[in-house]
Design a protein around this ligand. Structure first.
Ligand code: ADE
Length: 277
């Protein structure tokens, strides 16, 4: 799977996308991440990517032309997209030709589907469900919005979806794009083990159960006895009840949409949940 990130601040991406699990996924060619500097697609000598808003008002607006050129560069012509000299900054590791790397990731076998996303606080709220949806695309293009916004005509013409990572305003879409890459990349087969995904918070619509490791007693705090007794059925039941307890206490809104069994509902009723239906 290929991520193309279009930004005015390419330097922000070194670190978050070059460490740990994401770094290993890139090295293993499970994903490719290319960072493209939108300013490289300006044609004036000052590399102007923004301008004053029509109608007046505070702040600047990102210009349509450089943004459109940057988006078209990564999407319109696949052979152009894969040219080794194209991304101005690339996080792709290894020395092979980009074409060969893409072929070896299996990206060619996926539907040739590309989704162009604008990161903006005005977008739809990002969730685990959205991450799963995005993980089915062969290519995700993330446009990092900046200043007061992006010329609406570029959005109409080229943006498929607008996404916000939460109800707060960041200085730009870069951190938001990193969040999306991280959440989607870990769902790509092979990036982390499948069991971790099926058991983690949100994948079944519930918050995850608590975890413990050695020592059994830490500063007077004991690991729950059920986890040490080694009875798999009891452990599974305890974990499920913990998930339900935590979700009710912290995110009761999730329970309305969670997949609940009759046993889950019965347990929740004993701890004070009143179902809407
Ligand atoms: N840009 C600024 N704030 C943002 C947010 N909350 N989500 C996505 N992009 C943003």
């Amino acid at each position: 799977m290929q991520f193309d990130i279009l930004t005015l601040f390419p330097g922000m991406f070194t670190g978050p996308l070059t460490e740990s699990i994401i770094k290993r996924a890139v090295q293993a060619s499970l994903i490719g991440i290319s960072i493209h500097d939108i300013r490289a697609f300006t044609d004036d000598k000052h590399h102007t990517a923004d301008d004053a808003p029509y109608g007046g008002g505070a702040g600047m607006v990102m210009k349509a032309e450089p943004l459109a050129a940057a988006i078209r560069n990564v999407t319109s012509d696949p052979s152009k997209r894969l040219r080794t000299d194209e991304p101005r900054v690339t996080l792709r590791h290894g020395t092979g030709q980009l074409n060969d790397e893409i072929a070896s990731t299996g990206a060619r076998h996926l539907a040739p589907s590309t989704l162009v996303i604008l990161m903006t606080p005005a977008g739809e709220l990002f969730s685990q469900r959205t991450a799963m949806e995005l993980a089915s695309y062969a290519q995700i293009v993330l446009v990092c919005g900046h200043y007061e916004g992006v010329d609406e005509r570029a959005c109409e013409a080229l943006i498929d979806r607008e996404i916000s990572i939460g109800d707060y305003v960041l200085t730009g879409g870069e951190l938001a794009a990193m969040v999306v890459v991280d959440a989607v990349a870990r769902l790509v087969p092979g990036v982390i083990d499948a069991e971790s995904i099926s058991e983690e918070s949100h994948s079944a619509g519930l918050i995850e159960y608590p975890h413990y490791t050695r020592p059994a007693n830490w500063e007077g705090r004991e690991v729950p006895a059920v986890l040490r007794a080694g009875h798999h059925g009891e452990v599974a039941r305890w974990r499920r009840e913990q998930q339900l307890r935590r979700t009710l206490a912290r995110r009761p809104d999730l329970l309305a949409r969670a997949e609940l069994t009759p046993a889950d509902r019965a347990f929740l009723a004993t701890i004070g949940w009143i179902a809407d239906d």
